[in-house]
Design a protein around this ligand. Structure first.
Ligand SMILES: [Zn+2]
Length: 223
């Protein structure tokens, strides 16, 4: 996969953020690691979603420094780069301020794993990460320390919003969409009364089945 292919993929994936109502104005960003290179591709800073093109995507090194691009990279690039440096299995990172997930982040409370869809995708609660200000490695470190060893591909950074990771950029986008969906559902459930977590054994069985058995068998060349 060439850098131009990654630019096209990252540009295309941004339309899911608007389609699923995860972003307002120019907030939010998707990035992908360039296979076989110490590079990432990320959304440019402050460009409106309708104006994004593959050519406007920005290439940075894994220290977050600009390598190629007409625009400056997203202001969250250093956080994405930290994740790629410290989690070699991660090839995609997404950040939004999607409203329901960010409401849980404002509360500082993990989203409790109370429905089967959540066990499938997240394998447990969606955890809260530390409060950290932009401008240093603190956000990236908080993401890595919270998600390393967790089955959840999503973390709610306290009083900020969700970051999601994945083995592909598309998987990280899916996790961002699902995170907002379960945040909304659990918010609604809370309005109706107390919510119980699923038993741990049920969570384990659901997670295992969804991750290993669910879906169509892959054809050769698919991923
Ligand atoms: Zn943010």
């Amino acid at each position: 996969m060439s850098i131009d292919d990654v630019r096209a993929e990252v540009c295309d994936l941004h339309r899911h953020l608007t389609r699923w109502g995860l972003v307002t104005w120019t907030a939010g960003n998707v990035s992908a690691r360039v296979p076989g290179k110490d590079l990432l591709v990320i959304k440019p800073s402050g460009v409106e979603y309708d104006s994004l093109t593959p050519e406007s995507m920005v290439v940075c090194d894994l220290d977050g420094k600009l390598v190629e691009g007409e625009h400056s990279p997203s202001s969250d690039t250093a956080s994405h780069a930290y994740v790629y440096r410290h989690m070699p299995e991660v090839n995609g990172v997404v950040h939004t301020h999607s409203p329901y997930a960010t409401a849980w982040a404002a509360l500082g409370e993990p989203i409790p794993c109370s429905i089967t869809a959540m066990a499938d995708e997240f394998g447990g609660d969606i955890p809260i990460g530390p409060f950290a200000l932009i401008g240093s490695d603190d956000i990236g470190r908080g993401i890595v320390e919270t998600l390393r060893g967790s089955r959840s591909p999503a973390v709610l950074m306290r009083q900020h919003g969700p970051f999601t990771i994945g083995p592909t950029a598309k998987a990280a986008v899916k996790a961002a969409v699902m995170c907002e969906d379960v945040a909304r559902t659990l918010h609604l459930a809370r309005q109706l009364g107390p919510v119980d977590r699923l038993p741990a054994t049920a969570v384990d069985r659901l997670f295992d089945r969804y991750q290993n058995v669910y879906g169509q068998p892959l054809m050769e060349g698919q991923q």
